[in-house]
Design a protein around this ligand. Structure first.
Ligand SMILES: [Zn+2]
Ligand SMILES: [Zn+2]
Length: 343
């Protein structure tokens, strides 16, 4: 099969083509696995973290990609949850031990043996991939393959982030950073918490306009003061400056949820601006989001179909994966980026 393969970590703006288009052996479905013919795979900021070594793959070469939509090509000898031809999705969670105290209470995203699709196992920047049948999801009919792809990560982790804010209807929500996840969170919030006002902090005027179109009551720059103090804020940026400004904009007892697998250290000094009374006192909280559990993905897919949330997507071919990643790095964001994988 054809795949875009990563052979080593590097800085993407130095080496703008970190992935190599190659012919590699077809994967084979194990006992309880399914072989999936990939038709769409979302491009996620986490891929940049993998390429640049902030969350490096444990082995090379590796095929990245964890927002996978495709059709079941073959089922393993003992796999019976799906049949050939079924449309399925695969997300960031590739496997977890199933036995530890985290797994047993549904927090498999925190499992010490958590394995990620497209990092610990080959993912979807390829024509085929395999996964345990228990870690694949049925995709609701409301979505095309490309539309469903970003729901599997940006959507599912946005859903988890929103849940972790502890928001109640009527409480105000801030979003700092307005990429693929922010678009989806704003739609979810309007549906689930119709009396909550959403405030968006974004770097570009275009993003701010887009946020208002989607229903934000206010949109400003990262360093702006929101017109009122906010009960909760979700940060989806890869850097530190927005964290400091978000803490300042939080109301007493407010919570900042950081939805990022890693932060880049380029502006870490900005944290020296933290002032205890301004940014932390009055029982402000900070919580991070780690991975997703299967429940987040399946609940979110249902919710997205019900609302409905149809993400805006920008399509690339498999061979254009490097371009999509460079655009993401340079924050050229026009909807969620998705690779369309042809036969
Ligand atoms: Zn992702
Ligand atoms: Zn576990």
């Amino acid at each position: 099969m054809k795949a875009m393969v990563l052979t080593k970590t590097c800085r993407i703006l130095d080496d703008r083509k970190p992935l190599h288009f190659k012919e590699v052996p077809d994967p084979v479905a194990g006992n309880m696995e399914i072989l999936v013919k990939v038709s769409a795979c979302g491009v996620c900021h986490t891929e940049l973290d993998e390429i640049e070594g902030r969350t490096p793959p444990p082995r090379f070469p590796v095929v990245l990609g964890h927002q996978i939509v495709g059709k079941v090509e073959k089922t393993g000898p003992m796999a019976d949850r799906f049949k050939a031809g079924d449309r399925v999705g695969i997300g960031w969670i590739y496997s977890a031990c199933g036995k530890c105290r985290f797994c047993l209470k549904g927090d498999e995203n925190l499992c010490n043996d958590f394995k990620a699709t497209g990092r610990d196992a080959d993912g979807g920047y390829a024509q085929y991939t395999t996964v345990s049948e228990d870690f694949a999801y049925k995709i609701p009919d409301a979505f095309s393959d490309s539309q469903a792809a970003p729901l599997l990560c940006a959507g599912a982790i946005g859903y988890r982030s929103l849940r972790l804010t502890g928001i109640k209807d009527g409480q105000s929500l801030g979003l700092t950073g307005f990429g693929a996840s922010g678009h989806l969170v704003i739609k979810m919030t309007k549906h689930r918490y119709p009396n909550s006002k959403v405030f968006v902090f974004a770097r570009s005027e275009k993003e701010r306009e887009f946020a208002k179109e989607l229903g934000a009551v206010w949109a400003g720059a990262t360093e702006d003061q929101s017109p009122e103090k906010l009960d909760c804020i979700i940060d989806t940026t890869p850097v530190w400056k927005p964290v400091a400004h978000a803490l300042r904009n939080l109301a007493s007892g407010g919570r900042l949820v950081i939805n990022a697998i890693r932060k880049e250290n380029t502006d870490k000094d900005y944290l020296l601006n933290l002032d205890y009374p301004t940014h932390l006192w009055l029982e402000k909280e900070i919580k991070s989001v780690a991975n997703v559990a299967r429940q987040d993905v399946s609940e979110f897919l249902q919710l997205a179909a019900e609302i409905p949330i149809i993400p805006e997507v920008q399509e690339f071919s498999l061979e254009q994966a490097n371009e999509a990643l460079v655009e993401l790095k340079e924050r050229k964001i026009r909807g969620a980026k998705v690779l369309r994988i042809e036969d």
